[in-house]
Design a protein around this ligand. Structure first.
Ligand code: CP
Length: 313
């Protein structure tokens, strides 16, 4: 693997899941692989899980890890030919080439504008970095993708699934703020690649990009969608067609009544989550909630990706 911008960069998903589970059993089993190598993590937006788990993953492989917050005081300009008289401190043209001299692998996080759909769906910022940098880039959540999260999600499903193709429901959730579509997009991509029995449920108007959904069934009745589910993955996202807009619909919260329709489904969420808005306390605190172990798997998913890139360097 030369980079990890999207799930399409994974040559063999099964092998990668196995690798992540091997690291989970023995996190230091390859602790010499990254000796003498530097991992640089750049965050244009804040993070708890991605930052700490990717730092941990690099350290478990013996890498030197540096993290930089670009959100306050070091904003980057991505457009060419612009007069830089705003709050942007540096152009991506210089920044990408400079940081490539300091790192062997570069992780990058940036969120979408949720205003300019065309540019967001070009994954403009991370693509500019990838095109200008001379070192491999890892996507730590971009405008439209969160592939590290999706790999951890798949690892979690594989750990808990009783069948090869469980029924997985991706359920839209209410949230006070419009949120990116990145987690949902990459989750759909990963589930489709693994031929899971995936159903998406959301209120009319809170649709995702047709190019991401493809022919995945969409059920507008959340109760119907939950019937017989083995996994319920809930996540809020803003609308694709009414780009960046959201609707606050409290009835879409996942609660015990809805979970009773399932095949004693495991409850999943990428976190952070708004309790009693997205999910009721008695669901997230139940024995069927796997959100904490899902977040733990972020370390081993990131470690599997880093080890693949280091092995191919
Ligand atoms: N799930 C996730 O990406 O969490 P953070 O925003 O805390 O990194």
């Amino acid at each position: 693997m030369k980079q990890y911008l999207s799930i399409d960069d994974i040559p063999d998903v099964d092998a990668l899941v196995k690798k992540a589970l091997t690291f989970k059993k023995d996190p230091l089993s390859a602790n010499k692989l990254g000796i003498g190598k530097s991992l640089l993590l750049l965050f244009s937006n804040p993070s708890l899980r991605t930052r700490l788990s990717t730092e941990m993953a690099g350290k478990n492989l013996g890498m030197r890890v540096t993290t930089m917050d670009l959100s306050s005081g070091w904003k980057l300009e991505y457009e060419d030919g612009i007069t830089m008289n705003t709050d942007k401190a540096e152009h991506i043209q210089e920044a990408a080439r400079v940081v490539s001299q300091y790192a062997d692998i570069i992780g990058f996080r940036s969120f979408p504008s949720l205003v300019d759909r065309e540019k967001d769906y070009q994954d403009f910022q991370i693509q500019r970095l990838a095109n200008l940098a001379s070192k491999p880039i890892i996507n730590m959540e971009s405008a439209i993708r969160h592939p590290l999260q999706a790999l951890a999600d798949l690892v979690t499903i594989m750990e808990h699934s009783k069948s090869k193709n469980p029924k997985v429901v991706l359920s839209w959730a209410p949230h006070p703020k419009p949120l990116p579509q990145a987690v949902a997009n990459s989750f759909i991509n990963m589930m489709r690649r693994n031929e899971m029995d995936l159903v998406i449920t959301h209120p009319k108007g809170m649709d995702l990009a047709p190019a991401m959904v493809k022919d995945t069934p969409v059920e507008y009745d959340q109760f119907k969608a939950f019937k017989g589910a083995d996994f319920v993955y809930t996540k809020s996202w803003s609308s694709y067609s009414n780009y960046g807009q959201t609707a606050f619909l409290p009835d879409w919260m996942v609660d015990k009544e809805k979970m009773k329709k399932t095949n004693q489904a495991k409850f999943m969420h990428c976190l952070p989550v708004r309790r009693n808005v997205v999910v009721a306390d008695d669901v997230i605190d139940s024995a069927d909630s796997v959100v904490i172990s899902q977040a733990n798997n972020r370390t081993y998913a990131a470690q599997a990706i880093l080890s693949e890139i280091l092995s191919n360097a």
